[in-house]
Design a protein. Structure first.
Lengths: 224, 212
């Protein structure tokens, strides 16, 4: 009995600490965003911002490639470095967005069905492996909500991997290392995978919005 | 009863009454009918023990009082869960399963105590299991709220946060009594957990009187 009391005390105090720390105003604000047209507009804004940041990165890398073909290696390296800085800011934002989507997905009583990522859509072998893993684990999960969160988790890990590979390739090119030519091809592959990951993330966001739209919101809004 | 014990007893009665008045004054009594019933029962039974000790300050009456208050605590937890989750079908389903498991485990714990009408057996054997079950009930409801990010009424949050630590202290006090005997731990049973209750009543009193 003493052991049970000790375990109870430990478990309960941890939960209580987390519960007490929760900012109720923020929770209510999140729910109000979700359940009103304001939330819809907010997420469209997010979508536009994400697409703009990806377009900026693409522009920088395209410019770097053009300049490299013209023979200005120094300028090409600088542009590659700038392109990496854009992705360096972009990637954490995507990870935060994916984490937020995972949290909100718990609030939905019925999630729209999702498809797992397709390995053939990715050029980087490690990211394709993660997509394979997604396909395998997808079969073991029963609820659409679990499958949705698995997809988000795989997307998050993939973004992390792609960012690390991009950093390694960028450093190699900027330092003028011997294998730099191969790194240019690697960067092309990583960019394509970033585009795919972003598109899949936006597809997941649309899935969340669709599921929220299907919720009976009136009584939830009244409760708030 | 010692003077300090008496003073703590009167203080808890005063606070409980103040909470009831505050709930009515601020209109919060509608937020938890079970809590209102709990306070009223506590006032009635503890009042009888305080003001007519010759008749009511007995082990038997204390057992009846605690049984009623335990039942009402379960009622508070279940009402809180129903009010919080009723608009969230997914969370409600999980909460329902969790509550069922906790109640079932508590019942098994209680039934595992050897059948006895002795005060020590009930107070030291059955009661800690019921109180521990109540702790887990409140905690599991809090965990489901956290997991689903369900908005919770501030007063309900106050009830949850207040009950759990107090009930843990109460469980420890009862278990100490079961292990070492009631008389040998008079300090704990007569002062420690009533003081813990005084603190939690003070916390609820502030919440009950807070302007809306």
């Amino acid at each position: 009995m003493w052991l049970m009391i000790a375990l109870s005390a430990l478990g309960c105090l941890v939960v209580l600490f987390l519960f007490g720390r929760r900012n109720e105003r923020m929770v209510r604000r999140d729910w109000e965003l979700l359940l009103t047209p304001k939330g819809d507009r907010l997420y469209r804004t997010i979508e536009n911002r994400v697409q703009s940041e990806m377009a900026l990165a693409d522009l920088t890398y395209e410019e770097a490639l053009s300049v490299r073909e013209l023979g200005s290696m120094e300028e090409a390296r600088q542009l590659i470095d700038v392109g990496y800085r854009v992705i360096e800011k972009f990637s954490p934002n995507m990870l935060r967005l994916l984490a937020t989507m995972a949290t909100f997905s718990r609030m939905v009583s019925a999630m729209a069905p999702v498809q797992p990522l397709r390995p053939r859509d990715f050029r980087i072998a490690q990211i394709a492996s993660l997509a394979y893993l997604n396909q395998v684990l997808h079969q073991f999960l029963v609820s659409t909500a679990e499958r949705y969160r698995l997809r988000l988790y795989i997307l998050g890990r993939s973004f992390g991997l792609a960012t690390r590979f991009l950093l390694a390739s960028t450093r190699s090119i900027v330092r003028g290392e011997p294998e730099a030519d191969r790194e240019w091809d690697q960067i092309q592959a990583i960019r394509e995978d970033f585009r795919t990951l972003t598109d899949e993330s936006m597809r997941s966001l649309h899935g969340l919005l669709t599921s929220l739209a299907a919720e009976k919101r009136d009584d939830l809004v009244d409760r708030l | 009863m010692g003077r300090i014990q008496l003073a703590v007893g009167y203080a808890t009665l005063t606070l409980a009454a103040a909470i009831l008045v505050g709930l009515v004054r601020r209109g919060r009594y509608r937020l938890s009918w079970a809590f209102v019933a709990y306070l009223a029962t506590y006032l009635a039974t503890s009042g009888l023990m305080a003001f007519a000790p010759d008749v009511f300050y007995t082990r038997q009456f204390w057992l009846y009082k605690e049984a009623a208050l335990h039942a009402l605590k379960f009622g508070i937890a279940l009402e809180l869960a129903w009010r919080t989750f009723r608009a969230f079908p997914g969370a409600l389903s999980t909460a329902r399963s969790t509550v069922f498991v906790v109640l079932a485990l508590t019942l098994i714990g209680v039934l595992s105590v050897p059948d006895s009408r002795e005060f020590e057996s009930i107070a030291g054997g059955v009661q800690p299991r019921i109180v521990n079950g109540t702790v887990w009930l409140f905690t599991s409801i809090a965990a489901v709220i956290l997991w689903y990010r369900v908005p919770v009424n501030p007063f309900h949050k106050t009830l949850l946060i207040g009950f759990v630590p107090y009930l843990l202290v109460f469980t420890v006090a009862l278990q100490l009594f079961a292990t070492y005997g009631f008389e040998s731990l008079a300090v704990v049973n007569n002062y420690a957990y009533p003081l813990a209750y005084l603190v939690v009543l003070g916390y609820w009193c502030v919440a009950a009187w807070r302007p809306r």
